[in-house]
Design a protein around this ligand. Structure first.
Ligand SMILES: CC(=O)[C@@H](O)[C@H](O)COP(=O)(O)O
Ligand SMILES: NCC(=O)COP(=O)(O)O
Length: 254
C-alpha cells in the first residue's frame, strides 16, 4: 500500500511567525504518526522561512521512537546560508546530523516560493552522482524529484538514485481544470519506467483529498506520497470549529 509521509513545513511556518514554540512541530509530528502516517517530511529552505535544521533533528528522533521514517527534501547544491540569525547548514550536513531514512533531492533555486520542476539529469547528473553516494553512505535512501517523463526517470537510476519522486503539481492543476487524463497517462508511464529501472516511486506536490484518490487509482504501485500544504489546510478546516468551541467554553466558564 502507498505510504503517507506528512510534510510539516506549514506547521513550522506558523510557529516561526512568532518565533516561539507553538505549534510544536515535533509534537504534531507525533500526532501524525499516532494517526497512522508512515512518515514525516520536511523541506528546509536556506532562508529558514519554515522548517529549520533543528526540526529535522527533532523529527528524526520522533520518527525513530515510533519506528517510522523521516524524509528530508532540499537542493543539495544550495550552500550553507545565514538569514536573520538562522544558519542553514546545507542538506548533506542536515542529513549527517539527523540521519533521515530518506533524502529527496529537489532542484529549487534559493528563495523560490515552492518547488515547481524536477531535475534536468542530462545537465546535473554528473554532479549529483557523488552527492547521492555521500547521502547513501550516511544511511539515507535517496530519491530524486523529477518531472513525469519516462526518459528522465530512467536516467535517475543511472546516477545512483534509489527512488524518484514524481512532481505532481501539473497533474493537480490539470485535475482542478478538469482535464487530468494526459497527465495521469504520463505519470503511469513514468512510474512503469522507474520500476523497470529498479527504482521505487514516490509522488508529491499539491496532492489533496480530491486529486489523490484518482491519482493512485491511475498510477499503480506508488510507494509513498508526501503531502503538506493541503493536509495542513484540511487540519485547520476540520479543527477550527472545535478550537473556537474550546475558547467559548473557557469564556463561558469564567
Ligand atoms: C518537493 C516538494 O514538492 C515539496 O517539498 C514542496 O516543495 C514543499 O515545499 P514548500 O512547503 O516550501 O512549498
Ligand atoms: N514532496 C512534496 C511534499 O512534501 C509536500 O508538498 P505539498 O503537499 O506541500 O505541495
Amino acid at each position: 500500500m502507498t505510504q503517507l509521509s506528512v510534510n510539516l513545513n506549514k506547521v513550522a511556518l506558523v510557529r516561526n511567525a512568532r518565533g516561539g514554540g507553538r505549534p510544536d512541530v515535533a509534537a504534531l509530528g507525533r500526532v501524525c504518526l499516532d494517526a497512522g502516517a508512515a512518515g514525516l517530511t520536511l523541506h528546509p529552505r536556506p532562508d529558514g522561512r519554515h522548517a529549520l535544521a533543528a526540526d529535522a533533528d527533532a523529527l528524526a528522533a520522533v520518527a525513530a521512537e515510533a519506528g517510522r521514517e523521516l524524509n528530508v527534501e532540499a537542493n543539495p547544491f544550495a550552500p550553507p546560508a545565514q538569514t536573520d540569525g538562522y544558519a542553514y547548514p546545507g542538506l548533506v550536513e542536515i542529513a549527517r546530523r539527523a540521519r533521515p531514512a530518506q533524502a529527496t533531492l529537489v532542484p529549487d533555486a534559493a528563495g523560490q516560493l515552492t518547488s515547481d520542476h524536477g531535475w534536468d539529469l542530462a545537465r546535473d547528473g554528473d554532479r549529483l552522482r557523488p552527492v547521492i553516494e555521500e547521502l547513501k553512505d550516511l544511511g539515507c535512501r535517496v530519491s530524486l524529484f523529477v518531472d513525469a517523463d519516462p526518459a528522465t526517470v530512467a536516467a535517475a537510476a543511472a546516477v545512483g538514485a534509489d527512488r524518484v519522486e514524481l512532481y505532481t503539481g501539473p497533474y493537480a492543476h490539470a485535475f482542478a481544470d478538469g482535464h487530468p487524463a494526459p497527465f495521469l497517462d504520463r505519470h503511469r508511464a513514468s512510474a512503469e519506467a522507474a520500476r523497470a529501472a529498479g527504482l521505487g516511486v514516490n509522488a508529491g506536490h499539491d496532492l489533496d483529498l480530491a486529486n489523490l484518490g484518482p491519482y493512485l487509482a491511475a498510477v499503480p504501485g506508488v510507494d509513498e506520497v508526501s503531502i503538506g500544504q493541503a493536509l495542513v489546510a484540511d487540519a485547520l478546516e476540520r479543527g477550527l470549529a472545535a478550537a473556537v468551541r474550546a475558547y467559548l467554553d473557557v469564556i463561558g466558564g469564567a
